[in-house]
Design a protein around this ligand. Structure first.
Ligand SMILES: Cc1cc2nc3c(=O)[nH]c(=O)nc-3n(C[C@H](O)[C@H](O)[C@H](O)COP(=O)(O)OP(=O)(O)OC[C@H]3O[C@@H](n4cnc5c(N)ncnc54)[C@H](O)[C@@H]3O)c2cc1C
Length: 377
C-alpha cells in the first residue's frame, strides 16, 4: 500500500475494536482468540513485513521445553518455582499448538530431543544435578523426562562423549506453522494487513490512535503490541531487548547424519536434521552485546564458529556445502526468560519477550493476552 493523502487521513480514519501489531505466532494467535470470543469485533492485524517476518518464520523449528543443562542454569538463576512454571507453560503450549494447528500442517515429527556436551565441566555439573532435575520434572510430566544415551553419539556419527535424551520433544516445519496459522486467522475473519509498520501509539481517554509509517491512522478501542524483539520501538519503557539468532543450513548430505533435535552449551547451540540436510544455529553467547541488535545480518564471527562446530563435531568426514544462512530477532529480558504479558495501560496490552522458545510458549502468551483484553486475567 502507498502513502495516504491528507484528505483521506482526515475524512476516512479507519476504526477497529482491536489492533494487534506484529504477525508472529503471538500476534496471530492473539487476534484469532480475541475474534473467537468477540465475533462482532473488527480485529486488524498489522505486520511490517511482506509476510510474517519475525522469529516465527526464521527459527529452527524445535518443539522443545529446555535441555538439562539449560534447565539447571535457569533454576540456578531464577529459582525452582519460576523455572519449573515456565517448563510447564512450554509443555502445555506444545500440546495446545499441536491441537490447534494439527500435526500434519505444521510438519510435527516426534523425533525426541537431545543434549550433547562440548566441555567436561558442563557435563559434570549437569550429571550432578540430573536426578534431582528429573525428580522435579516428574511433578509436571508424571515420569522421568531425561535419560543418558551416550551410545547414540557414535551411532549418529557425532563427536561427543555424552548425550542426554528425552522422548517428549520434537521438530516442526516453521513455514508450515506460519502458513497454517495465518490461514486460520484469516478464515476467522481477522483482517491481516502486511507491509504496514506501526510507528507510534497515542492514547487518549476515549481511544487509541495507531499511526503507521505510510501516514495511515487507525482509531482503535484497544491495541496489543506483539512485536517481540522490536517492542521498545512502540513501548520504550518495557524490559525487552533484541537478541539476534543466526542459522546455517547445509546442502544435501549422503551417508549417516544425525536425526532429531540437539542442543549444546546450555541451549546456546542447536542443530537438527532437515531431511537430508543439517540446520545449525546459535552461538550468540560469543558476542552477547554485538548480537543485541535489530540488524538482520549474519556475521563472520558467529558463522565461522558454527561452521567449525559442524565440521569438527557433527559432520566429520562428510563433504558438503552451506546453502543457506540467515538471522532472526528474538526478544529477551533482563535476568529472566519469562515472557512479558501485561496490561500497559487501560487500552494497551504487551505480549512480548518470548526468549528462545516462542514455538512452545507462544500460544500460551497469546491466550493470556486475550484474557487480559476481555478482563479474565
Ligand atoms: C534463529 C532463531 C531460532 C529459533 N529457534 C527456535 C526454536 O527452534 N524453537 C523455539 O521454540 N523458538 C525458537 N526461536 C524463538 C522463536 O522463534 C520466538 O520466540 C517466537 O517466534 C517469537 O514469536 P513472536 O510472535 O513473539 O515474535 P515474532 O515472530 O518476531 O513476530 C513479531 C512480528 O512483529 C513485526 N513487527 C515488528 N515491529 C513492527 C511494527 N512497528 N509494525 C508492524 N509490525 C512489526 C515483525 O516483523 C514480526 O513479524 C528462534 C528464534 C530465532 C531468531
Amino acid at each position: 500500500m502507498g502513502t495516504v493523502s491528507v484528505w483521506s487521513q482526515r475524512s476516512f480514519p479507519e476504526k477497529a475494536d482491536l489492533v494487534v501489531v506484529g504477525a508472529g505466532i503471538v500476534g496471530l494467535f492473539t487476534a484469532l482468540f480475541h475474534k473467537r470470543r468477540f465475533p462482532a469485533h473488527r480485529v486488524l492485524l498489522l505486520e511490517q513485513g511482506a509476510l510474517p517476518d519475525g522469529a516465527t518464520t526464521r527459527n529452527a523449528g524445535f518443539a522443545c521445553f529446555g535441555s538439562p543443562s539449560e534447565l539447571l542454569a535457569d533454576i540456578a538463576a531464577e529459582g525452582e518455582a519460576v523455572a519449573l512454571a515456565r517448563v510447564e507453560e512450554r509443555w502445555r503450549g506444545l500440546r495446545e499448538l499441536r491441537t490447534e494447528l494439527g500435526d500434519g500442517p505444521i510438519g510435527f515429527i516426534p523425533c525426541g530431543g537431545n543434549e550433547v556436551f562440548l566441555h567436561d565441566d558442563l557435563y559434570t555439573r549437569t550429571a550432578t544435578g540430573f536426578d534431582h532435575l528429573n525428580d522435579l520434572l516428574k511433578g509436571i510430566f508424571g515420569r522421568p523426562v531425561f535419560t543418558w544415551k551416550d551410545d547414540l553419539t557414535t551411532r549418529m556419527g557425532l563427536r561427543f562423549d555424552h548425550l542426554a535424551h528425552t522422548e517428549l520433544e520434537g521438530a516442526l516445519d516453521s513455514g508450515g506453522l506460519a502458513t497454517r496459522l495465518l490461514s486460520l486467522t484469516r478464515a476467522g475473519c481477522v483482517e491481516v494487513r502486511t507491509r504496514i509498520a506501526v510507528e507510534r501509539l497515542e492514547e487518549s481517554a476515549d481511544r487509541m490512535m495507531v499511526e503507521c509509517a505510510n501516514g495511515e491512522r487507525i482509531m482503535a478501542e484497544r491495541v496489543v503490541v506483539a512485536t517481540n524483539g522490536w517492542a521498545r520501538q512502540l513501548l520504550p519503557d518495557i524490559d525487552v531487548h533484541p537478541a539476534r539468532g543466526q542459522v546455517l543450513v547445509t546442502g544435501p548430505l549422503h551417508g549417516t547424519i544425525p536425526q532429531g533435535t540437539f542442543h549444546a552449551e546450555e541451549g546456546f547451540i542447536y542443530f537438527r536434521d532437515l531431511g537430508d540436510r543439517i540446520l545449525l544455529g546459535g552461538a550468540r553467547n560469543l558476542d552477547i552485546s554485538g548480537e543485541t541488535t535489530l540488524d538482520d545480518a549474519t556475521t563472520p564471527m558467529v558463522q565461522e564458529h558454527l561452521e567449525r562446530f559442524l565440521s569438527d563435531r557433527i559432520l566429520t568426514g562428510h563433504t558438503y556445502t552451506i546453502e543457506h544462512r540467515w538471522s532472526g530477532t528474538m526478544g529477551f529480558g533482563t535476568g529472566t526468560k519469562s515472557p512479558l504479558v501485561e496490561r500497559i495501560s487501560d487500552r494497551v496490552v504487551a505480549a512480548v519477550r518470548l526468549s528462545g522458545m516462542g514455538v512452545a510458549i507462544g500460544i500460551r502468551v497469546a491466550r493470556k493476552a486475550a484474557d487480559l483484553l476481555d478482563g479474565r486475567a
